[in-house]
Ligand binder design. Sequence first.
Ligand SMILES: NC(=O)c1ccc[n+]([C@@H]2O[C@H](COP(=O)([O-])OP(=O)(O)OC[C@H]3O[C@@H](n4cnc5c(N)ncnc54)[C@H](OP(=O)(O)O)[C@@H]3O)[C@@H](O)[C@H]2O)c1
Length: 245
Amino acid sequence: MSRKLEGKVAVVTGASAGIGLGVAKAFANEGARVFITGRRRSELDRAVAEIGHGAVGIQGDAGKLADLDTLYATVKQKAGSIDVLALNAGFYEFMKFGEIIEEHFDKTYNANVKGLLFGFQKALPLLSKGSSVIFTGSIAGSIGMPDMSVYSSTKAAVRSLARSLILDTKEFGIRINVLSPGHTLTPGLQLLIPEAAHAGIVDTIPLSRLGSPEDLGKAAVFLASEDSAYITGVELDVDGGVSQY
Ligand SMILES: NC(=O)c1ccc[n+]([C@@H]2O[C@H](COP(=O)([O-])OP(=O)(O)OC[C@H]3O[C@@H](n4cnc5c(N)ncnc54)[C@H](OP(=O)(O)O)[C@@H]3O)[C@@H](O)[C@H]2O)c1
């Protein structure tokens, strides 16, 4: 059976663990040459070994513009162009309204909005005609969540950016879609929500389980491949139905 991303070059930010790693593995298994980013060298090296298929790890912070320059300079030198760009790196933590501090606001907006916008803009000269850009959003961008107001608003911004940028990039012939996970079992979620509370969340999910990085990987392959050739500007919720009622 032919692979859906054979010969394609894919960049996935924030991919040494969690959803990004699931997406990078799925892309590599479909034939893509994958470049991944992460801030910690040891995690990055471990992920590169796990992905295999000639994956390359480029250390850097997706919220730092100089690191983005290094990322794309390296990809340009090693691969020439990009066919699939998955801007996945993001930051989340709980913070009660009334106690929100500036550092929380800046850290969340920096990673989730600033990093994503410049991560896309700086990649533009490298994106091939017909390429697919995938922003990781969140169901939190569409529904209210207690103690997550700042984070939720960043993901609403991500969703909004996709709507405008499909117009602003019309002459480039690229597609931009938002992949929005629900509760997905990742190291980040495990830090945020103790295991004992997972059953209570599962009760609220129509498909009665948490999502996995593999679930997100499969959906990302759809958005990255020709299977979604006439789809741009949409948000694909991969959430077991939890935001749909
Ligand atoms: N898990 C969920 O339930 C869920 C739900 C909705 C949306 N999301 C979104 O999905 C994305 C990934 O979440 P996750 O749960 O998979 O996170 P995670 O388990 O914390 O994994 C994040 C990965 O990205 C890297 N990373 C984090 N910040 C980075 C940065 N600024 N620059 C480069 N790499 C960075 C981390 O490595 P280093 O720390 O070494 O950099 C790690 O490899 C985020 O955008 C998040 O908002 C997650």
